[in-house]
Design a protein around this ligand. Structure first.
Ligand SMILES: Nc1ncnc2c1ncn2[C@@H]1O[C@H](COP(=O)(O)OP(=O)(O)OP(=O)(O)O)[C@@H](O)[C@H]1O
Ligand SMILES: [Mg+2]
Length: 275
């Protein structure tokens, strides 16, 4: 594995809204970063194990013991964790996965701030790792211990939001959680809101996108992720769209997103973001 020169770009994708495209975006983003030569670690911190299943299949993921998954980091019984054993290579060059499954659910406490040292489990595990350029955290649809751990470990937060009524309702709670996490992780920055699963021709989506841009200004990324069958087909083939169909519209939109993310990472790293 290549050695990254600096700290990796670590981004957690969070939203307490289910089905907003966190895992799908993580999966295809990982492929796009990997296609540009980056070494990517996908950290699955969702007890649903979506990312893990996308790479290793549901049967294999279901059979994993606590000690073979990210849950080992939270389990008092697991000492001397060897990153080489926990982090798995995948069939895609440049992408490794720290897997999760149902064993993680018992540690996903709804009051994470009372978690004591557990709050730093992911950060302590990941900090010494030097092999990765990009670390992406796929979080569950809540703001409990797993998402909290990801925010304590990451440098950046990306908030996927479909431009619809229910999907936009919980944004304030996400911002509050980010603000609270910054007490323990002052270097955490918001990359912004990413409009996902959008249908450009739907009036209601256009209206909500305008509303989000009016309310949050530059905090909403210019790039949007449309609802496209290309994303679903690639996932069904177990390949990020950048590998499955690099000339497709879906792959092009992902490359645009990565370009904007890199600009924002540079910008956020140079300037202090207002709290
Ligand atoms: N841009 C897209 N185009 C087409 N399908 C998409 C897109 N984004 C997500 N999907 C599909 O929508 C469904 C939900 O997406 P996904 O699992 O990524 O959401 P999630 O936010 O991770 O959900 P959860 O909160 O349950 O973890 C999946 O079947 C996924 O393949
Ligand atoms: Mg998911």
């Amino acid at each position: 594995m290549a050695i990254a020169s600096n700290r990796p770009i670590s981004i957690c994708l969070i939203n307490q809204k289910g089905g907003c495209g966190k895992s799908s975006t993580c999966f295809h983003l990982a492929g796009t970063f990997a296609a540009s030569g980056k070494q990517v670690l996908l950290v699955d911190v969702d007890p649903q194990g979506s990312i893990s299943q996308a790479f290793f299949g549901s049967d294999a993921v279901e059979r994993m013991t606590v000690w073979e998954t990210v849950a080992a980091l939270f389990d008092d019984g697991c000492n001397h964790i060897d990153p080489q054993q926990l982090i798995r290579d995948t069939h895609i060059d440049g992408i490794s996965v720290l897997p999760a499954n149902h064993h993680l659910a018992q540690f996903n406490n709804p009051s994470p701030e009372q978690g004591g040292v557990m709050q730093f489990a992911l950060r302590e595990f990941l900090e010494p790792l030097e092999a990765f350029d990009v670390v992406l955290f796929d979080c569950p649809p809540n703001l409990y211990q797993c998402s909290w751990n990801a925010m304590i470990a990451a440098r950046f937060v990306l908030i996927p939001i479909p431009p619809e009524d229910f999907a936009t309702q919980g944004i304030r709670a996400v911002h509050q959680a980010v603000a609270s996490a910054r007490v323990l992780n002052p270097s955490l920055r918001r990359l912004g809101h990413l409009i996902t699963r959008s249908h450009a021709r739907m009036i209601v989506h256009q209206t909500y996108e305008e509303k989000l841009r009016r309310l949050y200004g530059d905090l909403v990324l210019r790039s949007t992720i449309p609802e496209l069958s290309g994303f679903k087909v690639a996932l069904a083939c177990r390949k990020p769209v950048q590998m499955q169909a690099p000339r497709s519209k879906a792959a092009t939109r992902m490359r645009e997103l990565v370009g904007e993310i890199m600009d924002r990472v540079e910008n956020r790293s140079q300037h202090r973001e207002a709290a």
